[in-house]
Design a protein around this ligand. Sequence first.
Ligand code: SAM
Length: 247
Amino acid sequence: MGNVSTYKEVWLRAMVTPSWFLDELAHAGSEHLDPGYVPGYDRKAGTDPADDLDVLRDLGLNETHTLVDLGAGTGTFALAAAPLCRRVIAVDVSPVMLARLRQRAAQSGIENIECVQGGFLSYEHQGAPADFVYSRHALHHLPDFWKAVALAHIAAILKTGGVLYLRDLVFSFEPDEATHAIETWLANAPEHAEQGWTRAELETHLREEYSTFSWLLEPMIEHAGFAIQSINHGASRVHSAYTCIKG
Ligand SMILES: C[S@@+](CC[C@H](N)C(=O)[O-])C[C@H]1O[C@@H](n2cnc3c(N)ncnc32)[C@H](O)[C@@H]1O
C-alpha cells in the first residue's frame, strides 16, 4: 500500500516549500500555542463527542478503519473514536495541544492514536488512504484560498467513497444580515472565559480568523471532489456541519 501523493508533492516534486506558502503555525491562534491556555481548554470547550461519534458510526465507521482528525486539538474526539477504529491519526499544528493529547491518550491507555504535528496543508499522509477525515472548529484558521487547497488535500488523503465530516464556524446568513446575526451571537457569549468563548474572544475570531459563508464554502467542498450528503446549519447560523463523500 503506497503513500498518498499530496498536492504539495505534485506541485513541488522536490519537497521544497516555497516562500509564499502559508505559515500554518503563525495562523494557528496564539492561544493554541500557549502552555498556560491549553490545560484549561477542555473545560472551556466542554465538548461532548457522542453526537459526532453517532454520525460517523451511522456512516459505517468500524474497527477496520483509519480516521484522520485534522486540527485535533487536545483530542476529545480522537480519544473517543479510537476504540471504534483500527487507526486514528490526530493532526495538529500546535505542539502544545498535541502534548496534551498524548498525555490524555497515555492516561486512558489508548494505543492506536498517532499524533502528528502538521497542518491541513502540510500533513503528509502515510499508509493506505483514510476511510474517514474528521475536522471540528479548525478549518477557519485558513483564508479561503488556502481552505480550497486544504479541501483538495483532504480529498487526496481519502479513499474513493471515504467520508469527510466537517464542522466549523461557518456563517449561513446573507451579508446584509451580518450585523444582526453576529450581534445576536456575541450577545449570547458567556461572561467568563472558563465557561466558553467570551464576547471579546469571539470578536478576536471575527477580526483575525477566517470564518466563511456557507454559500462560499459549499461550492469549495464540491469543487474538491466531494458530494455533500448532508448539511446542518445551526440555529444561530454561525456553525455548520457537513457530511461529504469523496467521489
Ligand atoms: C478551536 S481548536 C479545536 C480543537 C478540536 N478540534 C476541538 O474540537 O476541540 C482549533 C485547533 O486547530 C488547530 N489548528 C489551527 N490551524 C491549523 C492548521 N492549519 N492545521 C491543523 N490544525 C490547525 C489549533 O492548533 C487548535 O488545536
